[in-house]
Design a protein around this ligand. Structure first.
Ligand SMILES: C[S@@+](CC[C@H](N)C(=O)[O-])C[C@H]1O[C@@H](n2cnc3c(N)ncnc32)[C@H](O)[C@@H]1O
Length: 347
């Protein structure tokens, strides 16, 4: 049997969108199996540095083994990107030239038999990316009301049959395994509907809720903008419309000088553009890539470049040092501030 693997999506397009340069400093917020990270390290050599983050300890193990040859240029940390600013302060990794988010799950997680992400294998209904999270998919399925379940499946899975599915889940409870859940969904909506498996959208909804995926993405993107230096690049690959909407709206808003509601006679918001969009249109995989890696078919890549002066950059970094509390490590303020003052020649 061949070893299970993950094929990195839009690899070349990502490296171009990040404008990776020798000696640059990059963050891969979703390290996964380390494919994008290896490509960034190759292109940023000599002198490049990469901070690789993943919330899943299993992914961290795989990435550490795969990226062993780059050990002098990479720092791998088992953290959640929702704490991006604090992680950068904790590890002294700022400002940066590029930040990548390749969202969702790797094929290794999806195909893993025991974690409950896939409706193809029977497994406990878990779906946590990190064992440090308390709430599993089974907890949500077995403790939410029918109305709450229908709402969750509708809003996070964009499932048209959310009420029927929620009703059957409640009838079949307790549900503790993936195949029990699949059976309840099939009883609600039948076995096949179009190209998608009938459980696809409900499984997506549960995974998003268990891992707070949308809230974490929105919070992390805002922090990423703060961490980018002059002309630093933010690149995000998303795999469903809920994620892509967050990325698109944030990038569009942050690339405008005024975000007053349409029709406001004069600007009252005082907002200044922080980003410049790199591509007018979203980048998607070529037919050849989709053929090679069907999992890439829903991928959408968006990229933007930071607009910031040197003076503003120093002020942003200084503000970060004062405002972000680093877990288990007290305040890094004095050492970091000193370093930043030297780097920015501030007396
Ligand atoms: C699509 S995979 C990345 C694959 C990687 N780019 C590669 O080329 O191998 C997404 C990864 O992001 C991780 N992830 C998802 N949400 C996260 C979060 N909030 N914080 C940190 N890592 C996260 C997942 O555990 C998974 O390993």
């Amino acid at each position: 049997m061949s070893t299970p693997t993950h094929i990195s999506v839009l690899l070349q397009e990502t490296i171009e969108a990040l404008a990776v340069q020798p000696g640059g400093r990059y963050i891969d917020c979703t390290l996964g199996a380390g494919g994008h990270a290896a490509a960034i390290l190759d292109r940023s050599s000599p002198g490049g540095q990469l901070l690789g983050i993943d919330t899943d300890p299993e992914a961290i193990k795989i990435a550490k083994a795969r990226l062993e040859a780059y050990s002098s240029s990479i720092l791998i940390v088992n953290e959640n990107f929702v704490d991006l600013e604090a992680i950068c302060i904790k590890y002294d990794f700022l400002p940066v030239h590029g930040i990548l988010f390749d969202l969702g799950l790797s094929s290794l997680q999806l195909n893993s038999q025991g974690r409950g992400f896939s409706f193809q294998h029977d497994a406990p209904l878990d779906m946590r990316l990190s064992p440090s999270q308390e709430v599993t998919a089974a907890d949500i399925i077995n403790t939410s009301s029918e109305t709450e379940l229908a709402h969750l499946i509708r809003t996070h899975g964009e499932e048209g049959y959310s009420h029927q599915i929620a009703h059957h889940i409640v009838l079949e409870r307790p549900i503790n395994t993936t195949l029990q859940l699949v059976r309840a969904i099939e009883q609600a909506v039948g076995r096949r509907r179009g190209r998608l498996h009938p459980a696809t959208r409900t499984f997506q909804a549960l995974r998003i809720v268990v891992n707070h995926e949308l809230e974490h993405l929105e919070a992390a993107l805002k922090q990423a903008i703060n961490l980018l230096g002059f002309e630093g690049r933010l690149v995000v690959i998303s795999y469903h419309s809920l994620e892509d909407r967050i990325v698109k709206q944030l990038m569009q808003q942050e690339s405008k000088d005024c975000i007053c509601p349409p029709g406001t006679p004069t600007c009252v918001c005082g907002h200044k553009a922080n980003l410049r969009l790199i591509n007018k249109r979203v980048i998607t995989p070529s037919p050849a890539e989709v053929q090679l890696n069907p999992r890439s078919r829903s991928a959408k890549l968006r990229a933007a470049e930071r607009i910031i002066t040197r003076d503003e950059q120093y002020k942003t970094m200084e503000k970060l040092c004062f405002s972000v509390k680093v877990k288990n490590n007290g305040w890094r303020r004095p050492a970091l501030l000193k370093k930043l003052r030297v780097a920015f020649s501030v007396l």
